[in-house]
Structures are given as C-alpha cells and as structure tokens.
Design a protein around this ligand. Structure first.
Ligand SMILES: CC(C)(COP(=O)(O)OP(=O)(O)OC[C@H]1O[C@@H](n2cnc3c(N)ncnc32)[C@H](O)[C@@H]1OP(=O)(O)O)[C@@H](O)C(=O)NCCC(=O)NCCS
Length: 250
C-alpha cells in the first residue's frame, strides 16, 4: 500500500504540505504527547474520555493486530524536523476488552463498518483542511477494505467535532446519551435543636438496687453440682454365658 500521500493545506502563515505515513514504534512517545495535547481541552468537557484514556492503553493498541495507525506529518524537508500534525486510528473489527460496541447491530443491518477509533488534528493546524484530509484517507481505506460505512463515537458536546462530522454527511446511529438527574440532597445529620427548660428542680428518687448476674466463674460454675445417682439393682448371680443366651432369645 502506498503510505506517502500528501496534501497542501493553505493557511495565512505559509503553504504547508502534509504527508501520511504509518506509525512506527519509535513514534509512540511523541504521538502520545501529541494526542494528550489535542484532547486536553476536549476531555475537560466530556463525561467519557474522548480517548486515549491512558498511555498504557495507547501502547497496547500498537501491539494489537488489526488496528491501523496513521501519522500526518509536516516538514521533514531540507533539514526541517518532521512535525506530527494529525493522527488517525481505525480497525475493521471491534477490538479491545474495554469496548462495548455491539457487533450484531451492524451485522443485522448489512453494515461492514470501518471503526474510526481516533481522529486528531493539532490545535495549531485545525481549520485548515487537515481534518478533511484525514477523513478522506479513512474513507479511502474503507473503500479499499470493502467497508460500507465509517463508524465513530463522538461526544454530543464536542461541538467542533460534531459540526465537522455533520457537515461531512455523518448521521446519528443509536448512540448512548448520558443522562443525569439532580438528586435533592438532605444533610445526614439533623439541624441543631434548642432544648426546653427544666421545669422542676431535680429531686433524687430512691431506686431499689438492681442485682445483675455476675461474671465470677466461681459464682456460676460451668459444670453442674454433683447430683446423687440411684444405685443399680443387683442382678441375680447367673453365669455369664447363660445370661448372654437369655438376652438374645428374648
Ligand atoms: C474535529 C477535527 C478533527 C477537525 O479537524 P480540522 O483540521 O479542524 O478540520 P478541517 O480544517 O478539515 O475542517 C474544519 C471544519 O471543522 C470545523 N472545525 C472544527 N474544529 C475547528 C477549529 N478548531 N478551528 C476551525 N474550524 C474547526 C469547522 O467548522 C470547519 O467546518 P467546515 O469546513 O465544514 O465549514 C479537529 O478539530 C480536532 O482534532 N479536534 C480535537 C480532537 C477531536 O475532538 N477529535 C474528534 C474526536 S471523535
């Protein structure tokens, strides 16, 4: 597959050429830092992490089969250092143990989705057509892989991203909506209460002494006291053998 597509994004500062390449192991730390930066603001306003949730998970993703991770880079010409300006991550199957996507939903509707796990553009390069370039690349991959749809998850209050997708013909599937209801809360401890005045002067009342059971082991012995036992009536002096016989035959 050709891994070096380019696009020119025009901006007020300069024309900038962006190239696509696959993510390598040596890019992992830099890409993680890039993603943290891109999602910092977004993650402040959404209930669910708009990924990536943790560096650990991001590193695991690199080892997983079936996930495509693409870097969009600028520079790296005439001695200039390459700069990560965009990132895309997609998969043909629902991957990861933390994913609650229902694969049957798509199968029953004859949909073969390309799941877009991540789409990110550096804040300094947003609004210059780079997001569209990333999306074009994903759609291109989807077509090549025989997919029928791009499927992704976006928070409803991620307004920039939502507007971006909506104007590019994305429509809403049955998606989770986070609902909340304010619980009217009462303090656990009751409020202070004024006490009533004592009406009479306290008169001491004669109370009979109460006798409580004692713990003294001497006073309550564990074993019952000795009890006289009746003496057993004496047997007739019969020889042992004869007695045994008489007992079995009776
Ligand atoms: C959503 C995102 C990928 C769009 O990338 P982009 O490079 O700004 O996109 P483009 O320049 O191709 O398109 C800009 C369009 O997106 C909208 N837009 C989104 N963010 C914008 C921003 N910060 N500045 C200007 N326009 C923005 C514009 O309204 C414009 O709409 P139009 O072209 O339909 O009129 C990018 O804003 C981003 O990475 N956001 C943070 C991460 C994120 O939320 N990702 C999606 C998670 S599901």
């Amino acid at each position: 597959m050709n891994a070096s597509r380019t696009a020119t994004t025009s901006g007020s500062d300069a024309d900038l050429e962006v190239r696509i390449r696959r993510l390598h192991r040596r890019d992992l730390n830099r890409t993680w830092e890039f993603l943290k930066l891109v999602f910092r603001e977004v993650n402040r306003t959404t209930v669910e992490y708009q990924r990536p949730r943790s560096k650990k998970r991001f590193l695991e993703v690199y080892e997983e089969k079936g996930i495509e991770q693409l870097l969009f880079v600028a520079g790296a010409t005439a001695g200039a250092k390459e700069r990560i300006v965009g990132y895309a991550e997609c998969a043909l199957a629902i991957l990861g143990t933390d994913n609650w996507m229902n694969e049957r939903y798509f199968r029953m509707r004859d949909m073969r989705p390309l799941f877009v796990e991540e789409l990110a553009v550096h804040p300094d390069f947003q609004g210059r057509g780079l997001g569209s370039f990333v999306l074009d690349q994903l759609e291109h991959l989807a077509r090549l892989r025989g997919c029928t749809h791009l499927v992704l998850e976006v928070a409803e209050n991620n307004n920039n991203a939502l507007k971006f997708y909506r104007t590019r013909s994305f429509y809403k599937l049955d998606a989770a909506v986070f609902l909340a209801k304010k619980v009217v809360n009462e303090a656990e401890l009751l409020p202070p209460r004024p006490l009533s005045k004592r009406t009479k002067a306290a008169v001491p009342v004669a109370v009979p002494p109460v006798v409580l059971p004692t713990d003294d082991p001497q006073a309550a012995p564990e074993l019952a006291p000795a009890r006289p036992v009746k003496a057993r009536a004496k047997r007739a002096a019969t020889p042992r053998k004869t007695r045994a016989k008489a007992e079995t035959s009776s």
